[in-house]
Ligand binder design. Structure first.
Ligand SMILES: CC(C)(COP(=O)(O)OP(=O)(O)OC[C@H]1O[C@@H](n2cnc3c(N)ncnc32)[C@H](O)[C@@H]1OP(=O)(O)O)[C@@H](O)C(=O)NCCC(=O)NCCS
Length: 203
């Protein structure tokens, strides 16, 4: 059987949002089997907040068809610069252009790459894209209180705790809070992506 991870590794991918360790690129139809592998894993899906979910290939195909048509969602793949491996995905959802708000979501499916700084960099890149290119003002997220790695990664990316939905998540008979975090344009500071426009580099 072909290994979807090794297939995806060899594909050239456009560097849509460039970074130091990772860049953000498009998700392709050919990547769906890899997504199906990630989203079948109960540990991974539980950390994403979808406790107990394990997706099939067909469900991932439906998901892919739905996001490509939805103007309130921007989805990218997270690619490690060295070796060009696609390791996860990141999104801005519920984009509200009137109020300049959105919710960010991230999942690194390649578990061996957790804790290497890829997630926090990808979050900063996506937030910068949202503020600089989409004109957003405030971005939020929810995570379960047992997701300490996620919490640390979001803090490192500049998010602040904005509130708690107490005891709203249940796992193995124990209740956990949903933690709300947010970041505003002002919190974020100067855009790193602004310099992508050559004529604005020194201004
Ligand atoms: C959450 C996620 C995106 C973070 O990306 P990452 O590349 O692993 O994170 P980073 O390496 O950038 O940062 C992780 C931070 O957590 C810390 N950390 C690592 N493992 C940890 C653990 N087991 N417990 C607590 N903290 C941990 C790291 O030390 C680092 O913090 P520091 O640099 O301040 O010391 C990624 O782990 C992931 O996709 N996890 C599964 C899905 C998920 O949780 N999605 C988010 C849903 S809200």
């Amino acid at each position: 059987m072909n290994n979807p991870a090794s297939e995806a590794e060899t594909i050239w991918r456009p560097e849509v949002i460039p970074g130091q360790q990772v860049f953000l690129s498009h998700i392709r139809r050919e990547d769906i089997p890899l997504f199906a592998r990630w989203f079948s894993d109960l540990e991974f899906t539980t950390y994403t907040g979808a406790i107990g979910m394990s997706s099939t290939l067909e469900q991932e195909e439906e998901w892919f068809a739905s996001i490509t048509k939805d103007p309130t969602i921007k989805y990218f793949g997270i690619v490690v610069c060295e070796g060009q491996q696609l390791i996860g995905n990141i999104s801005l959802k519920q984009i509200n252009y009137r109020h300049g708000t959105a919710e960010i979501g991230i999942g690194i499916g390649e578990k061996s790459t957790w804790g290497k700084g890829y997630g926090s960099e990808a979050i900063r890149l996506m937030v910068d894209y949202g503020f600089t290119f989409l004109g957003l003002h405030s971005i939020c997220l929810w995570h379960t209180s047992f997701n300490e790695r996620g919490h640390r990664a979001y803090l490192k990316a500049g998010f602040k705790v904005a509130g708690q939905w107490r005891e709203a998540a249940l796992f193995d008979g124990q209740r956990y809070d949903h933690v709300l975090m947010d970041i505003t344009r002002e919190d974020f500071g100067p855009s790193q992506l602004r310099s992508m426009l050559q004529q604005l580099q020194d201004k």
